[in-house]
Ligand binder design. Structure first.
Ligand code: F3S
Length: 425
């Protein structure tokens, strides 16, 4: 591939070991992808808090030295590399909630590791937003901005809703981009790859957040890596609805970008979204497909609910407020737990506006920085959520088999009564 002079200097080690290791990694990655050049990026999100294999950390880095952890796990290097400062504006994905280690897989040990890595990130200039929704709290790319983002639900949000440009980056590539300020020029960075190629004819009303979860989940499962263009949407979606569409489509499939005609920035017209494409594949989304998707997501043989998890992706302030209002004067059932997950900045606002107190007073728990799919559940329990993504991943990450999916109101009702009474309206 063709390297610019500064990239060449990094590769030759003239800008220090960290830049050299990061550039080696990126060159290998870019060549594997068939990219011929890099593009500058000043917007990266990194996975510095996700350590699903605690035993591996204990074995490989018993000292828990953060530079050694970063070298081994982020830069694929047995040599200890000390990063001075990252070059790009970089924010972090989720960590662990430090207050309730016992709720999360890996318990105290992984909380300790993530705390160490949070400090490490701060030292090298990464901003610890600790969220899967960085666009809510300070990392908001603009149309055309080249980014290197991680997190399956945030990537379609960046590409589709904001018009930013990112591929699906992983732990290593994003960290290397943070250090170097470079990312391979391919995929979503190129205009011609962003055009829609499957028309989705929407034949149902799209009012509730649940509707956006269902359509995203259905379409994602049908089209994989193709790019959907949604037509005939009857209502302009708000932030929560768009987040639901992004998260569900990326969970059942690999939706990296979508267009909603008349709504998203690269879809002012159908022609603009599809590049005047002719003979595009078409998919119908009507009552039948909606029902089929709902039934796929609901699979419990018991009507009791032991656990309610809300906040996937991390809840917005509007949703936290809505939940606080729904719980007013109510009490979570003695056999049920209610968890609401969000990021630390939204939690701080929830604290200062009395929402945390309202949720806690009702017997719920609002948790910052963490994610329900890494919770430590008794696998015989029944979980309910208003997120298709949560319901999709929970069986494989926690072993839970009995799941209910529905509206936030139905989930709150389940938290209060201990019973599932949801239905598709
Ligand atoms: Fe976020 Fe976890 Fe859902 S990272 S998108 S809350 S699965």
């Amino acid at each position: 591939m063709k390297l610019a002079p500064d990239e060449q200097r990094m590769l030759e080690g003239k800008k220090g070991l960290a830049n050299q290791k990061a550039m080696q990694l990126l060159v290998e990655y870019a060549e594997g992808l068939g990219a011929e050049a890099f593009v500058d990026t000043n917007n990266v999100t990194v996975l510095t808090g996700l350590f699903p294999y605690p035993d591996l950390i204990k074995k490989l880095v018993p000292s828990l030295d953060p530079d050694e952890i970063a070298s081994k796990f982020f830069l694929n290097s047995d040599e200890r590399v000390v990063v001075d400062r990252v070059k790009a504006f970089t924010t972090s994905h989720i960590y662990r909630n430090q207050e309730y280690p016992e709720i999360q897989q890996g318990g105290e040990f992984l909380c300790e590791v993530t705390k160490i890595m949070e400090e490490y990130c701060k030292r090298i200039g990464i901003i610890n937003l600790a969220t899967c929704t960085p666009y809510q709290v300070g990392n908001l790319p603009v149309k055309g901005e080249h980014c290197a983002w991680t997190e399956s639900s945030a990537i379609p949000f960046c590409n589709s809703v904001l018009g930013g440009r990112t591929n699906i980056e992983g732990l290593h590539s994003a960290f290397a981009s943070a250090i170097t300020g470079k990312t391979p020029l391919w995929g979503m960075h190129l205009e011609e790859n962003r055009l829609g190629n499957v028309i989705i004819h929407v034949e149902v009303d799209m009012n509730e957040i649940e509707d956006w979860n269902l359509i995203g989940y259905y379409v994602g499962g049908q089209i994989g890596l193709d790019i959907p263009v949604y037509r005939n949407i009857n209502k302009t979606p708000d932030l929560t609805r768009l987040m639901a569409l992004c998260a569900s489509g990326a969970a059942s499939g690999s939706t990296v970008i979508f267009h909603i005609v008349g709504v998203t920035p690269e879809a002012l017209t159908f022609e603009a979204a599809s590049g005047h494409g002719k003979n595009l594949r078409a998919l119908k989304y009507g009552t039948e497909q909606r029902k089929e998707t709902y039934e796929k997501l609901n699979h419990s043989d018991r009507d009791n609910v032991d656990i309610v998890v809300l906040g996937c992706p991390h809840y917005t302030l509007e949703r936290v407020r809505a939940v606080a209002n729904m719980l007013e004067g109510k009490r979570v059932h003695e056999n049920t737990v209610l968890y609401v997950t969000t990021c630390r900045m939204i939690k701080a606002l929830a604290d200062s506006n009395g929402y945390t107190e309202a949720i806690t007073k009702a017997g719920g728990l609002i948790l910052e920085d963490t994610c329900g799919i890494f919770f430590d559940f008794d696998t015989s329990k029944v979980l309910a959520s208003d997120s298709a993504k949560m319901v999709h991943y929970v069986p494989s990450t926690t072993g839970l088999k009995r799941l209910w999916f529905g509206t936030t109101e139905e989930c709150i009702n389940a938290a209060i009564t201990g019973k599932w009474k949801g239905e598709l309206k």
